[in-house]
Design a protein around this ligand. Structure first.
Ligand code: ADP
Ligand code: ASP
Ligand code: MG
Length: 412
């Protein structure tokens, strides 16, 4: 007997037929004698629609009310899946974040999980009941609904697996594992049998949406065994039996490539603050207020110009752009800039691999390959196991494909 957390993403619960298929899949684990808890996302497209409604009413909407709205998608699917399970003879009960409770901090819209009360669910699972937990949502210290940031159901699942001391956390999605890059834009992407926590963490943090970054962080910290696999049918009517990708410790991977994956993100926007005085404290004057406004800054470049003034270029999450513009405008006096330029049509392309620690030339290959395709690099940033560049969004697919080939990752 194992205790398993099974998480199903948006496409896996996209309609009633898919929900029935998920119920059958869950039943199979129950019949095999396992204790199962399920975490569900909203039906695919639903969260996007809910976010859009908030934005249409007010671009700077109240984050508490945003959470009230966007958390509803998961409430629907948790109830529907519980019904579908009951219908095929599996005892099941839905759980919203506040009912468990799954407690978070008060950072509405991107809350962090602070604790999960697991005893009640463990007791019910021991009696053969399947808890169906609404992913993505929790309850804050203000006793209002919170959400965990886009893609947050992955984090709900891993956190639940840790709280329930589950043997594994299976993340069912619309691809059958983690690939060398998004298989939707590179058909020759290769499925990885295993990927190291650190690489998965880095890939997720630079845009590989297959797992939310925090879910990987948490899995690494809590030692949760995470597996990514497909919920789609292999003809048996019970989903696929193909092995997925296991996220493992680095030393469990025998043949380590120098570059293990390539990711892209179109969720960023570029800001250039023009003609700021080139003096000590200028970076603090710009980035201090942004940080106080809760806006994350990612890549940064500062140009030196001859007349004692400089331009500062950086990237932020695209949805933060209106707030960043307002924040900087409110501090124009202290910063002393002449002009603010913004560009939402950018993409960040990153190559990731733990092999970079011991091999040189990864960045050079990246720059040469992009140059050969005529793609201009606007900003560069690096970490120990990653090189990222910012380019015009139109070139995203071309860049990812070119790099995938250049690092020898294509399936032959
Ligand atoms: P879910 O709704 O199941 O959470 P997501 O859309 O959040 O699904 O994540 C799965 C998607 O992640 C895939 O459809 C794929 O397009 C994308 N993806 C991006 N990078 C990768 C990668 N390296 N390997 C697999 N999938 C990836
Ligand atoms: N439904 C949420 C989203 O679309 C959470 C998730 O799918 O993980 O972001
Ligand atoms: Mg997801």
């Amino acid at each position: 007997m194992s205790r398993i957390v099974m998480k199903f993403g948006g496409t896996s619960v996209a309609n009633l037929d898919r929900i029935r298929a998920v119920a059958a899949r869950v039943k199979r684990e129950v019949v095999a004698g396992n204790q199962v808890a399920v975490v569900v996302s909203a039906m695919s497209g639903v969260t996007n629609q809910l976010v859009k409604w908030c934005q249409e009413l007010s671009p700077l909407h109240d984050a508490r009310e945003y959470d009230t709205v966007v958390a509803t998608g998961e409430q629907v699917t948790s109830g529907l899946l519980a019904i579908a399970l009951q219908e095929i003879g599996v005892e099941a009960r839905s759980w919203q974040g506040w009912q468990i409770p799954l407690s978070t901090d008060d950072a509405h819209g991107r809350a962090r999980i602070e604790g999960i009360e697991g005893a009640e669910l463990i007791g019910r699972m021991a009696r053969g009941q399947v808890p169906v937990v609404a992913g993505f949502q929790g309850i804050g210290p203000d006793r209002r609904v919170t959400t965990l940031g886009r893609g947050g159901s992955d984090t709900s699942a891993v956190a639940l697996a840790a709280a329930l001391k589950a043997d594994r956390c299976d993340i069912y999605t619309d691809v059958d594992g983690v690939y060398t890059t998004d298989p939707r834009i590179v058909p020759r992407a290769r499925k990885l049998q295993k990927i190291a926590y650190e690489e998965m963490l880095e890939l997720a943090s630079v845009g590989a949406k297959v797992l939310q970054t925090r879910s990987v962080e948490l899995a690494m910290k809590a030692g949760v065994r995470v597996q990514v696999l497909s919920s789609f049918d292999d003809g048996s009517g019970l989903g696929s039996d193909l092995p997925g990708t296991m996220v493992v410790d680095e030393d469990e991977i025998v043949e380590q490539e120098i570059v293990s994956g390539i990711a892209y993100s179109r969720d960023e926007a570029k800001i250039t603050v023009r003609h700021v005085p080139d003096r000590p404290g200028i970076a603090a004057a710009i980035f201090g207020p942004l940080s106080a406004a809760g806006i994350n800054v990612d890549m940064i470049v500062q140009n030196i110009s001859a007349d004692g003034s400089t331009d500062m270029t950086f990237t932020i999450g695209r949805t933060d752009l209106p707030r960043a513009q307002l924040t900087l405008a409110a501090h124009q006096g202290e910063i002393g800039y002449a002009e603010l330029l913004t560009d939402p049509d950018v993409a960040k392309i990153s190559v990731v691999g733990v092999g970079m620690r011991s091999h040189t030339g990864v960045a050079a290959t990246m720059f040469t390959s992009l140059a050969a395709k005529g793609i201009n690099i606007q900003v560069i940033s690096t970490s120990e196991i990653k090189v990222s560049v910012l380019i015009a969004a139109d070139y995203t697919e071309l860049a990812v494909r070119a790099l995938h080939t250049a690092y020898g990752l294509d399936v032959v």
